[in-house]
Design a protein around this ligand. Structure first.
Ligand SMILES: C[S@@+](CC[C@H](N)C(=O)[O-])C[C@H]1O[C@@H](n2cnc3c(N)ncnc32)[C@H](O)[C@@H]1O
Length: 283
């Protein structure tokens, strides 16, 4: 506060960034700016325009409440209720995995070829299925999840993204409640090993659904379930594309091979880490 008792947003912002830094948050100013934008109801790129304005006491209090939540390592997406994925805003709640930038790589690979009927196994927020339907206006699809709460979020997102008429969201344990064939099956299943859970960042470990993070054990059970049912659900020539953890490429590739898929390849993400495994149904 300056001698006249007037507070300007720049000072409030700097104090907030210091608090986040003390809490161990990387890039504290980025998060402080995003939370200030949310608090004031303005676009993030307009925060600079406000920074020399006088801050009202109620507005400062509201903003500092958000900063306290972030300092307790609540994810920004949970505080603001949304996250951008492949250029679109998705609703995010504690019931779904926060859509990750690395999953955009799976989208890029899926869009390399045409498809009409797509199935998303473990749809969560719906970010993969709904993005694919939005990018390919002639396509339709099904998203399944074992979490009914996640399916509710995905349904809201289907309406937000404007593809609700072309998608169905269904409660299912992997292929359990599914019949029929698809020319594209995608999945970003839980793949963290049980041993790795304790080492995750608090934002992930303490705020994201356990069932979205790990299938337990060696982290590969979801790939076992998916590859076991794959041939019965892919059209001839249809593709399976799954996201993987960076060390899982050879194990998952071997499962694709054992399932009878062909043209199997592992694609790397922008950081040159194995990220996606792709295979075709030859029959
Ligand atoms: C890593 S999250 C991916 C969410 C979303 N597809 C994404 O990429 O952000 C995995 C999802 O799989 C779901 N899941 C876990 N076990 C499942 C099962 N046995 N059957 C169906 N879905 C399951 C979780 O509820 C969670 O939504």
């Amino acid at each position: 506060m300056n001698p006249g008792g007037v507070v300007i947003w720049n000072e409030v912002l700097r104090g907030a960034a210091r608090e986040l830094s003390d809490a161990g948050i990387d890039d504290p100013m980025r998060d402080a700016r995003r939370l200030l934008a949310h608090s004031l109801g303005i676009a993030a790129d307009r925060v600079t325009l406000f920074s020399s304005d006088i801050a009202g006491a109620n507005e400062v209090e509201g903003f500092q409440g958000l900063i306290r939540r972030r300092a307790l390592r609540e994810p920004v997406s949970h505080i603001v209720g949304s996250r951008e994925f492949y250029g679109r805003q998705f609703k995010v709640t504690p019931d779904v995995l926060d859509p990750r930038p690395e999953t955009e790589h799976l989208i890029e690979v899926a869009l390399e070829q045409s498809f009409e009927r797509v199935l998303d196994l473990g749809t969560g927020s719906g970010c993969i299925l709904l993005t694919l339907l939005a990018e390919r206006m002639q396509s339709s699809g099904i998203g399944i999840d074992i979490s009914k709460a996640a399916l509710g979020v995905a349904q809201d997102n289907a309406v937000l993204i404007g593809v609700a008429k072309r998608c169905e969201l269904r409660h299912s344990d992997w292929f359990g409640q599914l019949a029929g064939r698809f020319d594209l099956i995608v999945s970003n299943p839980p793949y963290v090993t049980l041993a790795e859970i304790d080492d995750l960042a608090p934002e992930v470990r303490d705020h994201e659904p356990h069932i979205a993070l790990t299938p337990g054990g060696d982290g590969l059970d979801a790939y076992r379930a998916i590859t076991a049912g794959i041939i019965a659900h892919l059209t001839p020539g249809g593709r399976l594309i799954v996201e993987i953890g960076p060390t899982q490429g050879s194990d998952v590739k071997e499962m694709f091979n054992a399932a009878g898929l062909h043209n199997i390849r592992v694609a790397k993400d922008l950081d040159q880490r194995d990220r996606v495994v792709i295979g075709n149904n030859p029959r």
